[in-house]
Design a binder for this molecule. Structure first.
Ligand code: NDP
Length: 275
């Protein structure tokens, strides 16, 4: 009889997480015998919950809000991309019993932009709104694509100013006010404003003609930022559902050694959204 390998996502709130559905679809598609469930775990419960999960035979974990930094702190060792992000979204039990921490958010975003949506990043002027954990995770993979420049704008400007110091000044940080008079080919919303249907204060003419807008957040309806992009006549104004599936596929590859075909899963999840 085949034994079942156990995986889970920890976070809070976690009720609406699409990760169990995505990973179970991956398992069916790739003929893998596993289960993947969501557990409500807050920061105080994190260490006990992770210890118990692996002690009971768990093979791998995803960690989401507000646990990514804690996962980074508590992993036995970490990949280079997790180290530069200072955040871990995937924990992998290794053969030696140690827990490896990785961050698949950045590669998930870049794959969704370039492969799924044919958005060019090379030589483009990129603006990232927000300077939280998601921004930390996407910066190194975006820099690898050799854009013309990256600017990070944040409500708490000190965070946007601090971030370039950690990345050898390979981009600049500023306040939302300082965006006035500038324009960008690709604008990525990595604030959590969309989760409360809000929009960062953005000046007019921020997006170049044929520019692209991408909200890392996603929902059943277009987010406030996706709607803003449409009003700016963006050539594409996308949300983060594709990134969610792509970062999950990278985690699945790390755990199972096989990368699921993501296009059909993204199409299925898109079709399930109400019109
Ligand atoms: P954090 O809590 O670490 O950071 C939140 C950021 O949003 C901060 O920069 C904060 O600014 C800013 N912010 C919050 N509210 C507002 C507002 N009303 N106006 C302007 N700025 C605001 O969150 P994460 O970085 O982890 O996540 C950010 C977003 O990315 C979330 O929507 C999350 O769902 C999404 N995400 C999507 C993924 C996917 O797979 N699609 C993966 C990872 C994240 P300040 O510093 O001033 O507080």
């Amino acid at each position: 009889m085949k034994t079942i390998d156990h995986y889970a996502v920890f976070g809070s709130p976690i009720k609406h997480s699409k990760s169990p559905r995505i990973h179970n679809l991956f398992a069916t598609q790739t003929n893998q015998t596993l289960d993947y469930v969501a557990h409500e775990v807050n920061a105080e419960q994190f260490i006990t919950a992770v210890t118990d999960f692996f002690a009971q035979g768990g093979k791998g974990l995803n960690c989401t809000v507000p646990l990514k930094e804690l996962a980074w702190l508590n992993a036995s060792h970490r990949t280079e991309r997790a180290e530069s992000a200072k955040a871990v979204n995937t924990l992998i039990l290794q053969a030696d019993g140690l827990i490896l921490g990785d961050n698949t958010d950045g590669v998930g975003l870049v794959t969704d932009l370039i492969v799924n949506n044919s958005v060019e990043l090379k030589n483009k002027r990129i603006l990232i709104l927000g300077a939280g954990g998601a921004t930390r995770g996407i910066l190194a993979p975006l820099l690898n694509e050799k854009p013309a420049c990256i600017t990070v704008a944040n409500r708490t400007v000190s965070k946007a100013i601090q971030l370039p110091l950690e990345f050898n000044h390979r981009f600049q940080g500023c306040s939302f006010d300082q965006l006035d008079g500038q324009n960008f080919d690709v604008i990525l919303n990595a604030t959590s404003a969309s989760l409360s249907d809000e929009l960062p204060p953005l000046p007019q003419n921020l997006l170049t003609e044929n520019g692209v807008c991408y909200d890392l957040a996603y929902g059943n309806k277009p987010t406030a930022f996706v709607r803003w992009g449409q009003l700016q006549n963006a050539s594409k104004s996308l949300d983060g559902l594709g990134m969610l599936v792509e970062q999950a596929a990278e985690a699945f590859l790390l755990w199972r050694g096989v990368r699921p075909k993501t296009r059909e899963i993204i199409e299925l999840l898109n079709a399930e959204r109400p019109l």
